[in-house]
Design a protein around this ligand. Structure first.
Ligand code: SF4
Ligand code: SF4
Length: 417
């Protein structure tokens, strides 16, 4: 049986579409069922992880028209943006681009990802502008007052990732770990949401194309095309959406050993137009290979594991045991928590489930099973604890379920490629 996207959209409009998440369909297959085209109209997928290619394009009123000629430099909460490309001469306003990976000039632990979360949460932002005439203007603003605030991701929702270890005794700093990675083989960091990952469920992009709709951090947006460095075997997507409609839960800053990064959440719908499309979504975590590379020479894999080894039977979030806390002078958990979720206790809303707290506190204040992997290498066999997850499966599940709900309620339609 085949069905068209138009037929699927008709069912959505009548509130009759059957929608499953990619995890739900895979569970059915693991339990011995074989879903068919008759059973399901749409599969939703999702991913949450560090997405360094994130930027915001903003139009911002600074002062009255005529008050300054042009902005030469601009900072939002100390995070530098790039004024332009439109000069907005004598308009009293600035067009700017700001990177999710940009670092505050005041605070080494604050950057674009934290700023975007603050903006989307409705917080007041400090703005400072150096004008072309050499004046300094300071003011405050918030997302509601920004007429334009669009997010663009130049390289998002990768299909393929690499996990990293450090085979040498000297520690190594990298964006791929929250702290300097200790070695040899003291911990592993990885990204990717396995069987829920959008492009694992439609690897040849048969139902995904320029113009397809997506949820980016909860806001309905679209695919602009393939992203930078995308290839047939290793695709990723370029996406855009309006920041005014985003939910701050789905994005934020993530501190790494070399500065702040940004995480985002993406959900994508796969229309089930025939059985072959559906069967691609049967993929399981254990089917998806994850190469493991030296964090310094990251293009030469040392070995290979799979997503079953990194996600199955692990905890989504830490359990907090304040009774175990020794009130150390330097709390390693507070210092290392990439999302600043651990301050005076654990703020579960900010938690990303990365596992650094459990890895770092020897007294068991934060307990979490994030598992370990067995790696066979030339040097021998190693059992390596997972030290840092740079993807958040819990949020990925939430955004794939959010998209499922919107389709079931007739609030999200499928674009025909
Ligand atoms: S490192 Fe652990 S025991 Fe020490 S202060 Fe931090 S949470 Fe408490
Ligand atoms: S798992 Fe622990 S270290 Fe990671 S974000 Fe949550 S509280 Fe912070």
């Amino acid at each position: 049986m085949k069905r068209s996207v138009q037929e699927i959209n008709k069912k959505i409009s009548r509130g009759q579409a059957t929608v499953l998440t990619a995890e739900e369909v895979t569970r059915m297959v693991i339990e011995g069922e074989t879903p068919t085209v008759e059973d399901v109209e749409v599969i939703t997928t999702g991913t949450t992880g560090i997405m360094s290619g994130t930027a915001a394009i903003i139009h911002l009123k600074i002062d009255e028209p005529g008050s300054f000629k042009k902005a030469k430099k601009i900072y939002l909460n100390g995070v530098p943006g790039f004024p332009g490309p439109c000069p907005n001469e004598w308009l009293g306003s600035v067009d700017l681009t700001i990177y999710g990976t940009a670092n505050s000039v005041h605070d080494p632990e604050y950057g674009g990802g934290f700023l975007f979360k603050d903006l989307i949460a409705g917080r007041e932002i400090e703005i400072s502008v150096e004008t072309s005439q050499g004046e300094l203007i300071t003011t405050t603003s918030n997302l509601k007052d920004m007429a334009t605030a669009k997010m663009i991701g130049t390289r998002m929702a990768f299909k393929n990732y690499t996990a990293f270890v450090n085979p040498e005794p000297q520690s190594v700093s990298s964006i791929f770990h929250a702290i300097e990675m200790e070695g040899p083989f003291k911990g592993l960091s990885f990204s990717g949401c396995g069987e829920l990952n959008p492009l694992e469920n439609d690897p040849q992009m048969k139902t995904i194309c320029m113009g397809s709709k997506i949820l980016l951090n909860g806001s309905e947006g679209l695919i602009l095309g393939t992203g930078t460095r995308s290839s047939l075997n290793k695709p990723n997507l370029m996406l855009a959406a309006d920041m005014h409609n985003m939910d701050s839960h789905y994005l934020g800053g993530f501190k790494t050993a070399v500065g702040p990064e940004i995480y985002d959440s993406v959900a994508l719908a796969i229309p089930v137009t025939d059985q072959r499309i559906l069967e691609k979504t049967f993929i399981r975590n254990s089917d998806i290979k994850l190469p493991v590379a030296d964090i310094k020479g990251r293009h030469m894999p040392l070995g290979e594991i799979d997503y079953g080894q990194v996600w199955e039977d692990s905890d989504e979030r830490p359990q907090y045991h304040p009774e175990n806390c020794m009130n150390c002078v330097n709390c390693l958990v507070k210092e290392r928590c990439p999302t600043k979720a651990f301050n005076q206790g654990l703020d579960v809303k900010k938690c990303f489930g990365c596992g650094m707290c459990a890895y770092s506190c020897e007294y068991g204040t934060c307990q979490m099973n994030i598992g370990s992997v067995e790696l066979k290498l030339q040097q021998g066999e190693f059992e390596i604890p997972i030290a840092c997850r740079q993807s958040d499966l819990k949020r990925a599940r939430e955004i794939s379920n959010l998209l499922k709900k919107r389709i079931e309620e007739g609030n999200f339609y499928i674009f025909e490629c």
